[in-house]
Design a protein around this ligand. Structure first.
Ligand SMILES: Cc1cc2nc3c(=O)[nH]c(=O)nc-3n(C[C@H](O)[C@H](O)[C@H](O)COP(=O)(O)O)c2cc1C
Length: 206
């Protein structure tokens, strides 16, 4: 056993890896990652809404809609799996356009500041998700360094539940002034016209 068996996948997923036959990493990936996406099976084991995570192209967004998922997460899994996968913010608009408002599009990957949340919402995401900041509070660290000049780590690893709460509060505390400075009273007021992208530059949309 090289990874703890998640309780919710008991009986469904094995994390046993073959250790004496070539690469341990390849064995682990082959054992734990299933490249097929069987939404029908997933529906048969849960009544929860199913969101597909890892969508980075219009083509995959359309496929996901065709199988009837409740939402899409524009994600590269924290850029930890495949080198050279695109930054999620750079493909968000492509995915949002393909979906055409039929189902929610969420995004994660690299959200560290309130301004990142603002940009994602402006480009059409319904919500953002965060991974590493709640684990170890990197965003909090750089924020505090800038604000008061001494390193303070927040996040689950450093401060437990309170650290996670603090990371979320800090993101909110950054988002609100970003909105105010951009003339947005509510989240609904954040629109595509509040950001400029490479697409705008090359297509002379400005
Ligand atoms: C330690 C760690 C383990 C992760 N494990 C998984 C996983 O098993 N499945 C998955 O879809 N994403 C996994 N992710 C990716 C996160 O769910 C999320 O997509 C990513 O961390 C978001 O990017 P961020 O860390 O820049 O916020 C993991 C991320 C980290 C840091």
């Amino acid at each position: 056993m090289i990874a703890p068996q998640p309780k919710n996948l008991e009986g469904l997923l094995s994390t046993e890896a073959v250790l004496d036959n070539g690469s341990k990493f390849a064995a682990f990936v082959a054992e734990t990652l299933n490249p097929s996406l069987d939404i029908d099976w997933l529906r048969s084991v849960t009544s929860l809404p199913i969101l597909v995570k890892g969508v980075l192209t219009a083509e995959d967004a359309i496929k996901a809609m065709e199988v009837g998922v409740a939402g899409i997460v524009d994600s590269n899994h924290g850029a930890r799996q495949l080198d050279y996968s695109p930054a999620t913010i750079t493909v968000l608009e492509e995915v949002v356009r393909a979906v055409g408002g039929k189902i929610p599009v969420l995004i994660d990957g690299g959200v560290r500041h309130g301004t990142d949340i603002f940009k994602a919402l402006a480009l059409g995401a319904q919500a953002v998700m965060i991974g590493r900041p709640v684990l170890y509070g990197l965003a909090a660290k750089s924020f505090i360094l800038l604000k008061i000049g001494r390193p303070v780590l927040y996040g689950l690893a450093a401060k437990g539940e309170n650290g996670v709460r603090r990371v979320i509060e800090m993101l909110k505390d950054e988002l609100e002034p970003t909105m105010a400075l951009s003339g947005c009273l509510t989240v609904k007021d954040i629109t595509r016209s509040h950001v400029r992208t490479e697409y705008d530059r090359f297509n002379c949309r400005l």
